[in-house]
Write a protein that binds this ligand. Structure first.
Ligand SMILES: [Zn+2]
Length: 239
């Protein structure tokens, strides 16, 4: 039976995330979480470390860090994929959370500290459940760094709490995409970086995506639509 590690990460510092386009992503994506967990795995000599270099591997799915409101409820998304409102307390998710940071040489926008985000990792291949738990325990102890390293204190998230639950695959035919889905019929193109093992260089991969927020009417069962689902692409929410 697949398991889900579910918890709350809180931004202890401001952070910024490179966006495929339009400037800034307002929350860390599954592939960023996967990259950071990969570093922990490598650093800790875990068996799972090898798996992180295979971007097609979906034995573990690292989902986007969708923001959660003050009451720990996940914000709802409109059809453009913009987060609007907490369905429980009405808390709005808006652009006031951006701040401009100036250094001697540059300036950039970042997302303010203090916001809370969902941690969701689905372990389909239970051979790796133990390693994932070790990674999450390290995350609990030291925090996890996500985002661009513009300065050393940047992008630190602390894990407020977590648990493991059983999770069933979803089944149905009316969905909204909670994250971009990589599919051949996608109209939009994004470029993601692939870290080359044991070096500092990056490969670039072009992917065709259907953007988050899109409604999909298709009979389907599983955790995510399309390919590269282990990186958090294609998360679906039943309508
Ligand atoms: Zn709320």
């Amino acid at each position: 039976m697949p398991k889900e590690i579910i918890g709350i990460l809180q931004a202890k510092t401001g952070f910024s995330i490179p966006a495929a386009e339009n400037g800034i992503e307002l929350y860390p994506l599954g592939r960023h979480l996967r990259g950071a967990c990969g570093y922990i795995a490598l650093d800790s000599d875990l068996t799972i470390a090898d798996k992180f270099t295979d971007l097609n591997w979906d034995g573990v799915i690292f989902r986007d860090l969708i923001p959660v409101s003050r009451c720990d409820f996940q914000y709802e998304m409109d059809d453009r994929g913009v987060l609007i409102q907490c369905p429980e307390c009405g808390d709005m998710y808006d652009l006031k959370m951006l701040k401009t940071v100036r250094t001697m040489t540059t300036q950039y926008k970042e997302i303010r500290e203090g916001r809370k985000y969902r941690l969701s990792i689905i372990v389909q291949d239970e051979d790796y459940l133990n390693d994932i738990q070790k990674i999450v325990n390290i995350m609990k102890k030291t925090g996890i760094r996500l985002g661009q390293m513009k300065n050393s204190g940047h992008g630190l998230f602390v894990l407020r709490g977590w648990e493991i639950d059983d999770i069933d695959v979803y089944s149905g035919k009316n969905w909204r995409l909670l994250s971009d889905a990589v599919m051949p019929e996608g109209q939009k193109e994004i470029i993601i970086g692939k870290k080359i093992e044991k070096s500092d260089s990056f490969d670039k991969i072009r992917l065709r995506i259907i953007p988050r927020g899109t409604v999909i009417n298709k009979q389907f069962s599983g955790f995510a639509l399309g390919t590269y689902t282990g990186l958090g692409f294609g998360e679906i929410d039943p309508l």
